[in-house]
Design a binder for this molecule. Structure first.
Ligand SMILES: [Zn+2]
Length: 381
């Protein structure tokens, strides 16, 4: 077992390589992104130029930008930035998978109220959504959250399309949460649908999934672009949390992704126990690279067991209607990989030149292009 000399990634991380100094390829990728996305004065200039274009595009429309909200730190801070720092007219969008934590709901309300921002919400048919979640568990793949994540992304487009808005801001920050290594997770609408057809009733009506034809229409016809402002900012998570608490009465919910109970369940129970995936490797490594956590601290912290509240497991089992035996069988079924099911992956690879144009004009993100279009499907590890 080799561990990177700079971050805490090790030989078990998919596709890892080490250079002659013992530094991993993900640290090198970080450095290249760090140059590509400057912060400070230069970053501010880039954001302001983009904002000027957004205001131009928003003329005659009720809003300039859609921002997805979860009650988490990143999205709450983006609302503040967009409205109070850059003077944008914001429409917040939220997809409710019915597992929000109480704190998350309060955070969303308190920040939106204080900023006077409207909210676009999409709530799913509970029964249908739970059916999809059960199919994903039965399929034995790690992407239990894929339906929620895709629905979230689709809700942003729906909000844009409804009001003619051309911009979506995403709260991802490679400096604080990192980029998950390829091979851990995959998602697309066809993947979810094929799994639900095989393991459930296959009916998907109220759950918005990013179907390829619709997605392309939203990009090419509606001209909806994506932007990640946190890439261009000195984004220090601890400081931002303190700021949000004092400025808005926002509350910290105890850990990355813990604002939603299924996300918490997946990250702290299902992924580590069944698939051996601990996302803290990713998060802590990112914080170490960006100087927000000491490497020695990260190496110590990663040894701590992940906190997990057993009541949540009971709640999930009850809501999804599993007996203890059925649950045990889910946990014991051999893990599968997205390549075991039909997906759009090959289509994305074939459409690589088309997506390259979309990338260059700001419609898709670099991480989507690299993971979905460039990386070949057969790569499990
Ligand atoms: Zn490294």
């Amino acid at each position: 077992m080799q561990t990177c000399k700079r971050c805490i990634y090790h030989s078990e991380i998919p596709k890892i390589t080490f250079n002659s100094d013992g530094v991993c390829n993900y640290c090198e990728q970080y450095d290249s992104m760090n140059t590509q996305y400057p912060t400070g004065e230069e970053g501010d200039k880039i954001i302001r130029a983009y904002v000027a274009q957004m205001k131009e595009d928003g003329k005659g429309k009720p809003y300039d930008v859609v921002i997805g909200v979860s009650g988490g730190c990143d999205s709450s801070y983006m609302l503040h930035l967009a409205k109070n720092v850059y003077g944008l007219r914001v429409l917040a969008a939220h997809f409710d998978n019915t597992y929000n934590s109480k704190i998350a709901v309060e955070n969303i309300k308190i920040v939106l109220d204080k900023l006077g921002i409207d909210l676009f919400t999409h709530v799913v048919d509970n029964k249908e959504f739970e059916g999809i979640q059960k199919s994903l568990l039965k399929a034995s793949v790690p992407e239990f959250e894929a339906a929620t994540d895709l629905a979230l992304a689709t809700t942003h487009y729906m909000a844009c399309a409804k009001y003619g808005i051309k911009h979506i801001w995403e709260g991802h920050s490679f400096r604080t949460e990192g980029v998950s290594p390829p091979g851990w997770f995959y998602m697309d609408a066809k993947y979810i649908h094929s799994i639900h057809k095989q393991f459930g009733d296959g009916k998907i009506k109220s759950t918005p999934l990013l179907w390829l034809s619709k997605w392309i229409k939203w990009m090419v016809i509606n001209k909806i672009k994506k932007f990640r402002p946190l890439y261009y900012l000195e984004y220090n998570k601890e400081e931002v949390k303190k700021f949000l608490a004092s400025e808005y009465g926002w509350q910290w919910y105890g850990g990355h992704h813990m604002e939603n109970r299924t996300a918490y369940f997946i990250n702290n129970y299902y992924l580590p126990i069944k698939f051996g995936i601990d996302l803290r490797w990713c998060e802590y490594s990112a914080l170490v690279r960006s100087g927000q956590m000491k490497r020695e601290v990260a190496l110590e912290k990663i040894k701590e067991p992940k906190p997990f509240d057993n009541d949540l497991l009971v709640e999930i089992k009850t809501r999804l209607n599993y007996t203890d035996n059925e649950w045990e069988s889910i946990m014991n079924t051999k893990p599968k990989h997205y390549t075991d099911y039909p997906t759009y992956k090959k289509t994305f690879e074939r459409l690589r030149p088309f997506f390259f144009i979309l990338l260059k004009s700001g419609y898709v993100t670099r991480s989507f292009y690299d993971k979905f279009c460039v990386l070949k499907e057969t790569s499990k590890k």
